[in-house]
Design a protein around this ligand. Structure first.
Ligand code: FES
Length: 105
């Protein structure tokens, strides 16, 4: 089961380049990717840097600490699949971003 969670108005999210948002106790990062938005876990699995503060290039975010790369669509890490991050579907409703997130048990 999952649910769509409103994480804020596009105009109010702080994109730099990703926008950090919190759902339940988990930090996620929203990125603009062309005309679409993507959502991945914000915590870099290497040493915990916030991926929202990385650099976006060709549909990937590059972590600012040690330059590992994560695909914004798949979460795939260039170092190895054991380091992939989770991705979450995103939709825009009336200028607001919603993320599909697992339902609370
Ligand atoms: S903390 Fe992200 S690559 Fe090291």
């Amino acid at each position: 089961m999952s649910r769509w969670v409103d994480v804020g108005a596009i105009d109010e999210l702080k994109f730099s380049p990703g926008a950090p948002v919190k759902v339940d106790d988990q930090w996620l990062a929203i990125f603009k990717d062309g005309d679409d938005y993507r959502c991945i876990d914000n915590l870099c699995p290497h040493a915990g840097a916030p991926l929202c503060d990385g650099t976006v290039l060709d549909g990937k975010v590059i972590c600012y600490l040690h330059c590992w790369e994560f695909d914004l669509r798949s979460g795939a890490c260039d170092v190895g699949e054991e380091w992939n991050v989770k991705t979450y579907p995103v939709r825009v409703q009336d200028g607001r971003i919603e993320v599909e997130f697992p339902a609370v048990a």
